[in-house]
Design a binder for this molecule. Structure first.
Ligand code: ATP
Length: 308
């Protein structure tokens, strides 16, 4: 059996009294793109820095390409590429010059032309770093992360702050790296990014993995149907079976149900009997966005409407 690229079991990390990572498990197979998706402060960077060997875990088992990153073995460092949120480089150097400089750190660096090709920076070879756009600058960070031709790449928020066009270019670059067989762990705030790029996604919230799997698995995770409608101001009661499932904000009612047919039957027969309009009534599968937001925000219910 091929050993996974990364294996994490029962990982915990505390800063003083505060627990940033509260016992997580995941496995990343070779050649996979795995996304840690979560809001600010969820613990994404902490996990990545533990895997990179930058910071020490409090407890748990971690294996990266078969090594414990805590012992920071030389063998491991040469096989891993790390792209942090910001790389400090001399802004007056040209793109080609900095890549060449970084190539000197490795025994078998990737050819400069290949790096420029895969990162889409061929035309910027002679451009000074300070003249690069935000997206090009981010792709240069990735270029510097792959100079040593690593098998495993850590990308910390590769598209944060980029415009939609630059994001798409960065996505194309990450897809090309995947085609080269690289294993990639990326962190992101963006649902669409995880959806487009990742083979598997871990939804991280407050140091816990709330759900993990392929896009299809996450979609099936709750198998919930969302029913939405608006009530008139005059209506201040809804059936108890519905209110149990409802999240009411102002006049908008959102129900999450795993039995949509019976929920709809209760709702519509009540509306017919009471002659109540259900404005904008819609019935949809719960999207990944909604699953995520729900996990992150919890269920804040502003119950203006009392149950019957
Ligand atoms: P972001 O998306 O903002 O980068 P994140 O998901 O990467 O967030 P982390 O940076 O890993 O989250 O932070 C997780 C928690 O740990 C946060 O509550 C943060 O304040 C805390 N934390 C991170 N680094 C330290 C540190 N060096 N000392 C104390 N607390 C820290």
């Amino acid at each position: 059996m091929i050993e996974p690229a990364i294996e994490v079991r029962g990982l915990k990390k505390s800063y003083g009294d505060s627990e940033a990572v509260r016992g997580i498990d995941f496995v990343i197979n070779r050649g996979e793109v795995f996304a840690l998706l979560g809001p600010n402060g969820a613990g994404k960077t902490t996990i990545m820095e533990i895997l990179e060997g930058y910071i020490q875990r409090t407890s748990g088992h971690v294996s990266v390409l078969g090594f414990d990153p805590d012992s920071s073995p030389e063998d491991l460092r040469s096989r891993v590429g790390i792209v942090l949120q910001e790389t400090g480089v001399d802004p007056y150097l040209k793109v080609g010059e900095i890549i060449k400089q970084f190539s000197g750190f490795y025994q078998n660096p990737k050819p400069i032309n290949d790096i420029l090709d895969v990162t889409g920076l061929k035309e910027q070879r002679d451009t000074r770093i300070r003249r690069l756009s935000g997206g090009q600058r981010r792709r240069l960070d990735v270029a510097l992360g792959i100079v040593g031709d690593p098998e495993l790449l850590f990308l910390d928020e590769p598209t944060t702050g980029l415009d939609p066009y630059a994001r798409r270019n960065t996505w194309n670059m990450i897809a090309s790296l995947k085609e080269l067989g690289k294993t990639i762990l990326l962190t992101t705030h963006y649902m669409d990014e995880a959806e487009v790029l990742a083979d598997r996604i871990a939804l991280l919230n407050s140091g816990i993995i709330e759900a993990e799997g392929t896009l299809g698995e996450l979609r099936a995770y709750k198998n919930a149907t969302i029913i939405k409608f608006e009530l008139d101001d005059a209506v201040n009661r809804i059936p108890v079976e519905i209110s149990k499932l409802a999240n009411v904000i102002g006049n908008e009612v959102k129900l999450e149900t795993t039995t949509p047919i019976s929920s709809l039957a209760i709702l519509t027969s009540w509306a017919l009997n009471e002659e109540i309009g259900l404005r904008g009534l819609s019935v949809q599968q719960q999207s990944l966005d909604e699953i995520f937001i729900e996990l992150v925000e919890g269920r804040e219910t502003y119950n203006r409407v009392r149950p019957e």
